[in-house]
Design a protein around this ligand. Structure first.
Ligand SMILES: NC(=O)c1ccc[n+]([C@@H]2O[C@H](COP(=O)([O-])OP(=O)(O)OC[C@H]3O[C@@H](n4cnc5c(N)ncnc54)[C@H](O)[C@@H]3O)[C@@H](O)[C@H]2O)c1
Length: 374
């Protein structure tokens, strides 16, 4: 029998842009669809718990071999794998490395690729530049959360951290909260807030105002988006939160215990955070190994200290599907945690790949005319 030819599409970053990767309206729709599939259970992520965020290479603290990298802030490699059902019906992976020193060499902190495969035969369908997929899908999640969890009369969004991810978060929150009129931006580097205003006013059509203090940014906001990076967390006393506020945490923040204990905590997918807990337990350094970086670390700690229970935390997919309630009333303050999932990368990557096929964008590459051995 003659073997089958296998070709796949390669999409560079400019080709991803041409194929619509920066279309946030569409991205929020697609990621909302992915959350519905999550709620219905029509997905599989890696590992026996079917909910692993990814498999990480943990670099050692001390040099073992001349070329082997050592651990450092935001230093890791991660393979994030998934099957996503529904109309997607595809397997895929986001594979990335992160090194905080990269910008000194003209590179982004993390460099990502996304691969899609036929879920039945495993034939590769596409290999794509993943940086914009990842930024857009990350930003879209607080947008989907805002759609289900923000007060319907939300007017002001407080954005903390004027980096890459915050841009995508504000674009998505503007989509998910049509009543929004203004954004306040706070960054420890004021010049970054000014650049953010200039770019984001054009993109979102919202009035964007840089503010001098974190307190002002939080106190006036109906929806808050936190996406800072680095050692200095944004410390937010609970009393700064307005009645009915939705606080979305894409990066970590310094919240006090009462913020989690006295308010409603909702996660993107709590089962994934539970899998992180198990992984932490299995690490030679124990649970401390994940508490330094997991966005849900404070909640995990409260669970370990028996001050909270897993059942206290709802997941966005279940809310999207109507399996569990979302916002109770206009007074409720909600803390929303997102850790990022490969289902989001594959959902948005697949949608952009479909556009590329329709528009004839990208380069067809060949794996083989027929397999050498089969
Ligand atoms: N949950 C997810 O799916 C996901 C995915 C990707 C990135 N992230 C996280 O998002 C965060 C932001 O990533 P990025 O690529 O936009 O980083 P970035 O470096 O582009 O931007 C971060 C910004 O935060 C500012 N900042 C730092 N500390 C601050 C503080 N205390 N108060 C106010 N501003 C502060 C910095 O000056 C910078 O402008 C990171 O923590 C990253 O790990 C989360």
């Amino acid at each position: 029998m003659k073997g089958k030819e296998v070709k796949f599409l390669y999409l560079s970053e400019p080709e991803m842009i041409e194929a619509g990767v920066l279309d946030m309206k569409e991205c929020v729709k697609v990621i909302d669809e992915a959350f519905h599939l999550l709620g219905e259970g029509d997905y599989l992520m890696g590992g026996p718990r079917e909910n692993e965020h990814g498999l990480m290479i943990w670099f050692p603290e001390e040099k073992r071999f001349p070329n082997m990298p050592v651990n450092g802030p935001d230093r890791r490699f991660m393979a994030m794998v998934t099957y996503l059902g529904g109309r997607f019906n595809v397997c895929g992976e986001k594979w990335y490395g992160s090194n905080i020193e990269n910008p000194k060499s003209g590179l982004p902190r993390s460099i990502l690729t996304v691969m899609l495969n036929d879920a039945v035969t495993s034939e590769p369908l596409a290999i794509m530049s993943g940086n914009l997929i990842s930024a857009m899908r990350t930003g879209s999640v607080p947008g989907v959360a805002a759609k289900y969890l923000a007060r319907k009369d939300s007017k002001v969004c407080g954005v903390v951290g004027a980096g890459v991810i915050s841009r995508a978060c504000l674009m998505a929150i503007a989509e998910g909260t049509p009543s929004l009129e203004e954004a306040l931006i706070y960054d420890i580097l004021p010049e970054k807030s000014v650049a953010f205003k200039e770019e984001m006013e054009k993109i979102t059509g919202l009035k964007v105002t840089p503010v001098d203090s974190l307190e002002e940014c939080i106190r006036k906001a109906d929806v808050i988006s936190i996406a800072t990076a680095g050692a200095k967390k944004a410390d937010i006393p609970t009393e700064w939160l307005k009645e009915g506020a939705l606080l979305t945490l894409t990066g970590t923040a310094g919240l006090t215990e009462d913020c989690y204990l006295d308010n409603t905590v909702i996660a993107d997918n709590w089962k994934m955070h539970q899998a992180w807990m198990v992984e932490g337990d299995e690490h030679p350094k124990g649970i401390e190994s994940i508490l330094t970086w997991a966005p849900s670390a404070p909640v995990i700690k409260l669970i370990l200290d028996e001050k909270m229970k897993h059942e206290d935390i709802r997941s966005l997919g279940d809310i999207a599907c109507g399996k569990v309630p979302g916002r109770k009333d206009d007074k409720e303050k909600i803390v929303f945690l997102t850790g990022g999932m490969p289902v989001e990368d594959v959902a948005w990557g697949y949608a952009v790949y479909q556009n590329a096929l329709k528009k004839g964008i990208g380069q067809e590459l060949k794996l083989w005319d027929e397999p050498h051995w089969f």
